[in-house]
Structures are given as structure tokens and as C-alpha cells.
Design a protein around this ligand. Structure first.
Ligand code: CA
Length: 239
């Protein structure tokens, strides 16, 4: 579906945005406005809260204030880009070109200067997400490239080196959840909730068993890794 803002392919219902901003009135206005746009929003008011929320909330994008009370926004930016594969837009009152260049060189995907126009924020979010989705290995529409395999979302199939891989629906869902942006570590509990549902009467060992089978079927020991104390993570191929 082609929309006026060119956001085709992005279903806002599913998109989680983390706002890290210590000025509550600004955080509130972003939360209010972006929720109305259909995004799921979580606000964090310090850098350490932001880091925790990045793990727990699994955002698709982070709006990050430059000046925070504990960590600086740029320090948090470095931590985020080290640990996760999530696009970050810096928010700042500073308008200096040096800051912009510095922020971008530290891994920010875009930069918005306060005071901002909320329509601009909305458009920049969608643009960054779209660019990020493409860069994240979308081989085409409804396809996700993962190492030597391709996930075909429409058909719910996986083809590896030209051969279809025989996955159960749960194995497929697990792979998709890990391989689709945001590509980050997920806890077993989170994967269990997401794939088996909150009312599933089983334990997190179910996830371990499925991961083992998935690794075996896809020879994916290297790209589905166990993150100690966290759970599992898909590691994209170095490009
Ligand atoms: Ca601030």
C-alpha cells in the first residue's frame, strides 16, 4: 500500500519507538503525538533507564536526547550501537554543525534540532526506518536475507543455498522473530510470549529446544548465538 508519506511496507501498529529524553514535557509531547501516529512508545528519562528499556522494550528505533542527566546521549548512542542493531535519531537543542557531524560519526542515523516540528519528527522516523529495513538485508519485498538463506515472508518458507528448509511453524516464527529488525538479543521469556503466547503452559526450555533444532536444520550455529544472561540473538553477516 502506497501512502502519501511514502511509508509503504511499514505497519505503524507494530513499530516500537523508545524515547530517551529527560525533559518530561518534551517526552510527553513526543509520546502523545507519536502514539497518535500509531507507534508504540516507551519513554525513558535517564541514560541508564534508556539502556534497560532498549533491552526490554526491543524498540525498532530510538529517539535520543543529546543531554541526559547521567550518561551523555552520545555515550548512550555508542552503547546502543555496540549492543543492538537499532537505528537512532538524536534530538538536540544544539544546532552546531560540529555536534551534528560528531553525532553522526558516532553512529546516529539522523539528527533533529529542537525545537522541532512534530510532522518533521514523524517523517524522519519513517524515512530512517525505511532506509534501515532496506539496509538490514531485505532482498526484496517480503524477503529477508540471512547469511546463505532467504526467508520468504509471504510464503512462510526459508530457502538455503537454493534448497527449501523444512521448518515447523514455530521454528519458522522463531527464526523470523530473530532475523527481522530490530535484530537484538531476546530473552527466552520474551520469545516464548511472542511466539507461543502468554497463555502457553510450558517453560522457557521450549525455546531452547526449538533453537537447537533451528540451528541444526540451518547449520546456523554461528548466526543464531546464545547471549549469556540474555537469551538469543541473530548476528547479521559482516558486510
Ligand atoms: Ca536533555
Amino acid at each position: 500500500m502506497e501512502r502519501m508519506d511514502g511509508s509503504e511496507g511499514l505497519e505503524s501498529e507494530e513499530i516500537r519507538i523508545l524515547v530517551v529524553e529527560d525533559e518530561k514535557p518534551i517526552a510527553d509531547i513526543l509520546e502523545y503525538d507519536l502514539s497518535r501516529e500509531g507507534f508504540a512508545i516507551k519513554c525513558a528519562y535517564t541514560g541508564s533507564e534508556g539502556l534497560l528499556a532498549a533491552e526490554e522494550f526491543a524498540p525498532h528505533l530510538v529517539l535520543l536526547d543529546w543531554m541526559l542527566p547521567d550518561l551523555s546521549g552520545v555515550d548512550l548512542l555508542k552503547l546502543l550501537t555496540d549492543r543492538f542493531d537499532i537505528p537512532v535519531i538524536m534530538l538536540t537543542a544544539r544546532g552546531g554543525i560540529e555536534d551534528k557531524v560528531y553525532g553522526m560519526s558516532c553512529g546516529a542515523d539522523d539528527y533533529i534540532t529542537k525545537p522541532f516540528d512534530l510532522r518533521e519528527v514523524n517523517i524522519r522516523i519513517r524515512t530512517v526506518l525505511r532506509r534501515f529495513q532496506k539496509a538490514a538485508g531485505k532482498a526484496g519485498k517480503d524477503q529477508i536475507k540471512i547469511h546463505d538463506a532467504v526467508i520468504y515472508e509471504k510464503e512462510r518458507t526459508v530457502v538455503q543455498l537454493g534448497q527449501p528448509v523444512d521448518l515447523t511453524p514455530k521454528e519458522y516464527d522463531l527464526l523470523l522473530w530473530l532475523a527481522r529488525p530490530p535484530r537484538q538479543g531476546f530473552t527466552r521469556a520474551r520469545l516464548l510470549d511472542a511466539i507461543w503466547g502468554y497463555d502457553f503452559v510450558g517453560d522457557t526450555r521450549t525455546v531452547d529446544i526449538h533453537i537447537q533444532r533451528l540451528r541444526k536444520k540451518l547449520h546456523a550455529g554461528e548466526f543464531i548465538i546464545t547471549v549469556f544472561g540474555v537469551g538469543y540473538k541473530y548476528v547479521p553477516e559482516e558486510t
